[in-house]
Design a protein around this ligand. Structure first.
Ligand SMILES: Cc1cc2nc3c(=O)[nH]c(=O)nc-3n(C[C@H](O)[C@H](O)[C@H](O)COP(=O)(O)OP(=O)(O)OC[C@H]3O[C@@H](n4cnc5c(N)ncnc54)[C@H](O)[C@@H]3O)c2cc1C
Length: 395
């Protein structure tokens, strides 16, 4: 009987644990999560969108795992009676200059197997009567779901099948133990394991170092701030409305998404957070920030993207600017329609040359597998990421 440990109780860690349990039912399985609840960080602070796979280069892990992961996620939701909806989304070009990029996006979507349709402005308004568009794409495969509910159901299944689930257990280091490894926790425990998978999100590079691995990239935390639309203004948005993304920028641009609970979320923007778990400007951690500022990649990234960084910063400081960005999509929205909502922080891996790691990044060292870059659409893709990781685990 092998002993397996998963570090991290976000959707990727729980999906990996679930896959270990499915494929190695006789193994002893332990899940270690430092917080007191599942899905406390990225998984519980995201847009709740089941992505279609529209944006990712064909052949990339993101493109492949997003499609198969979405399918597996939906099957899990059906089996567990978790509410979800495959409601489709609109990507709208708001000026003629954006139309060539919209067409290129449609081609990419088709190359990824999606039933994307290009729409005229009039046809777009049949989906979203208040939208401002010169042209649009309709992507029928996009959906919405409650990711924390998915995590709670995963945890319940794991516990039901005998996994040892430990909340409030922070991994702080490791000691070698023959061909395996002894995982040390902040509480002073040592958990011996034959195999370990680390899915620590915003802390993933840090935990990798503590376990003796030098990762090829470093995590930079990008906060995504949200507003919620006032109920009266929420009627202006039926489903999901996205701008044409800037190809130079790894994020999608502020958008409007109706959540599965019924409200409309506006955002997220993307600003450098001052702590790994820096959910507001007031949360600053010199211990987190020092190494990020000392990393040459950060400055190379800043030189490359200073203009969009400055725009994002200004928008973060001003609800008026935030609302103005949204008015490009839905002109009837007013500044006062936006109510502040909790932010999320994305774990984005950055290389020393300042290049953002575009695809999922997984590295292994001896008995340990490290998930080092699992940004969007990793919540959508989690079940497929888990299958790939567990299939590659050495026996
Ligand atoms: C603003 C925002 C919007 C997004 N929107 C979407 C979307 O709509 N659709 C989509 O598919 N994706 C979206 N994403 C991306 C998605 O949320 C993430 O890709 C996904 O949640 C990553 O899951 P994870 O399990 O790797 O990370 P996390 O959910 O961050 O989980 C990592 C866990 O590891 C734990 N941990 C860290 N260090 C330790 C330690 N030392 N010991 C024990 N435990 C530890 C943490 O406490 C945490 O619970 C969004 C992300 C953000 C931030």
């Amino acid at each position: 009987m092998a002993r397996q440990v998963v570090v991290g109780g976000g959707i990727v860690g729980l999906a990996v644990a679930h896959e270990v349990q499915r494929t190695h039912p006789g193994d002893h399985l332990v899940v270690l999560e430092k917080e007191g609840a599942w899905a406390t960080h990225q998984t519980g602070r995201n847009s709740g969108v089941i992505h279609s796979g529209l944006y990712y280069p064909p052949g990339s892990a993101k493109a492949a795992l997003c499609r198969t992961g979405a399918q597996a996620l939906i099957e899990f939701a059906q089996a567990e009676s978790i509410p979800y909806a495959v409601c489709g989304k609109l990507v709208v070009a708001t000026s003629p200059e954006e139309v060539p990029r919209l067409r290129a996006l449609a081609e990419r979507g088709r190359a990824n197997g999606l039933a994307v349709r290009q729409l005229s402005a009039e046809a777009a308004r049949e989906f979203e009567s208040h939208v401002n568009a010169v042209a649009a794409l309709h992507v029928p495969e996009t959906g919405i779901i409650d990711y924390p509910a998915v995590c709670r159901a995963l945890a319940a299944r794991l516990a039901g099948a005998g996994a040892d689930l430990r909340l409030g257990e922070r991994v702080v280091g490791a000691v070698p133990r023959g061909a395996g490894i002894g995982i040390r926790t902040a509480g002073g425990d040592r958990i011996d394991a034959d195999r370990v998978v680390v899915c620590a999100g915003l802390q993933s590079d840090l935990v990798a170092r503590r376990l003796g691995h030098r990762p090829s990239a470093r995590i930079v935390p990008f906060r995504g701030e949200y507003y919620t639309l006032r109920p009266a203004a929420a009627a202006l948005v039926r489903g999901l409305i996205y701008p044409v993304p800037d190809p130079e920028f790894p994020f999608l641009g502020v958008h409007l998404t109706r959540g599965i609970e019924g409200g409309v979320h506006a955002g997220p923007n993307a600003v450098l957070a001052l702590a790994r778990e820096g959910y507001s400007w007031s949360r600053l951690s010199p211990r987190d920030l020092g190494p990020i500022l000392a990393f040459p990649g950060t400055w190379r990234l800043a030189r490359r993207h200073w203009r969009s960084g400055a725009t994002e910063l200004a928008r973060s400081m001003s609800r008026r600017r935030f609302a103005a960005s949204l008015r490009r999509l839905v002109p009837d929205l007013e500044d006062g329609d936006l109510m502040p909502a909790p932010a999320g922080v994305r774990a984005q891996a950055l290389r020393p040359d300042g290049g953002l790691v575009d695809d999922f990044l997984i590295e292994s060292a001896g008995p340990v597998t490290f998930v080092l870059n699992a940004p969007s659409p990793a919540a959508t893709a989690a079940f497929a990421i888990a299958r790939r990781i567990v299939a590659d685990l050495r026996d």
